[in-house]
Write a protein that binds this ligand. Structure first.
Ligand code: FEO
Length: 397
């Protein structure tokens, strides 16, 4: 999009990727995304904060046509959707230097072949002067790579946060206008890439809270002119508190597992436990990730395929283990025809989840009265575990 002024001397150059539906060949993007670059023009020097994805290279370079000089190209994060056009910008502005963290230096050199003599490394807390404007860099590792940092522009009270606080949302809006929509998109983004690092992110939140800003300018999605909206959401997502919720990813091939799942959903609901069930044959994996942010319990429902869990369940279980949600309780239910090792195989796939297993119920063929009685007991165990756990709270969102 055309460059838009957000503060005197500070312009947003958003490359809006309306068509994109998949990120990293993994993450669904139901609402597209944007890659935001920011041009900061001081009285003596100009900086470009982040660039754009190489696929939209022309969007950024066209907007820079009228910019006669750039002294610094700030790379807050080396992933290619922000850094991928740095080589083009360096070629256009031969005197410009890349500003990045020490850890980012090697990544930019190996991933993009940025020459070492075009890079200036900054330390945590270091500032560069643009004359009447200053950029101060604050290290915020693991949001979501080890080299990430944010930039603070105190004169304009802006925090440039790159992926941190970002949302995958294609929009023409500069600022957040539809809070529920942005909340969901930001939560999806947090769930998919930030959640495994939530303990480090807690420290990063405290670090940025010490800065004086009125505007958060991320490198995906709209800007936050009410920073508390997203900062408070992050504080909630990284807190130890969970909701009285069960996430229930499942697959059924011939109906036995489905009967067990639907029965269990009702029984959990009767006991006051909220259930988010996902038929993995059709589910948006991002929705599953969002549900995992707050849930206290995961219950996996699987039929047996050649003695093991269904491949879709393997994928979802692997992903849940990778995302390291807060979960404290788990159970496995499902069915088999003649023999099953599904429980053992699923249990071996979740070493990162420090969960108490509240039950495993594998039914040979169709469920019976005995099976339903076991499911009643499982529902009792889940409700009791949640009630006794002081980190499980009622949903107030
Ligand atoms: Fe938006 Fe981690 O890149």
């Amino acid at each position: 999009m055309y460059a838009r002024e957000i503060r005197p001397g500070v312009r947003l150059i958003a490359s809006v990727h309306w068509e994109r539906r998949l990120f990293d060949a993994l993450i669904p993007l139901p609402d597209g995304t944007s890659y935001n670059a920011y041009l900061v023009e001081g009285s003596t020097a100009t900086a470009l904060v982040d660039t754009t994805d190489p696929e939209l290279r022309g969007t950024l370079l066209d907007e820079l046509d009228s910019v006669s000089s750039i002294d610094y190209v700030v790379s807050l994060h080396s992933e290619q959707d922000h850094s991928g056009v740095i080589p083009d910008v360096l070629a256009e502005y031969p005197k410009s230097k890349v500003i990045c963290s020490k850890k980012a230096q090697e990544l930019l050199m190996t991933q993009l072949h940025v020459p070492e003599d075009r890079i200036r490394v900054v330390d945590d807390g270091e500032s560069i002067s643009l004359g009447d404007k200053t950029l101060t860099f604050v290290s915020t590792p693991w949001v979501h790579w080890p080299e990430t940092m944010v930039a603070h522009l105190p004169e304009s009270k802006i925090l440039f946060s790159c992926d941190f606080f970002g949302s995958h949302l294609a929009t023409t809006d500069v600022y957040v206008t539809d809070k529920p929509r942005v909340y969901e998109a930001a939560k999806r983004y947090f769930a998919e890439i930030m959640m495994p690092f939530r303990n480090v992110i807690k420290g990063n939140l405290d670090k940025v809270a010490a800065l004086d800003f009125e505007l958060i300018a991320p490198s995906h999605g709209p800007l936050y002119d009410d920073p508390a909206f997203i900062v408070d959401a992050y504080r909630d997502w990284v807190s130890p508190q969970m909701k009285n919720e069960v996430v229930l990813p499942y697959v059924s091939m011939h109906g036995s597992t489905h009967q067990m799942v639907t029965y269990l959903i009702d029984e959990l609901s009767r006991r006051g436990v909220t259930v988010n069930a996902f038929d993995l044959a059709v589910t948006d994996i991002g929705k599953l990730a969002i549900a995992l942010v707050d849930a206290a319990t995961i219950i996996v429902g699987t039929p047996t395929v050649q003695f093991g869990p269904h491949p879709s369940v393997v994928y979802a279980t692997y992903l849940a283990n990778l995302l390291r949600p807060k979960l404290k309780y788990a159970a496995i239910i499902g069915s088999y025809g003649w023999q099953s090792k599904a429980v053992d195989q699923i249990a071996a796939m979740i070493p990162n989840l420090k969960v108490d297993v509240l039950g495993t119920i594998m039914q040979k063929g169709l469920p019976t009265d005995e099976t339903f009685a076991e499911l009643d007991q499982l529902a009792d165990a889940v409700a009791a575990a949640h009630a006794a756990d002081e980190t499980v709270v009622a949903d107030t969102q």
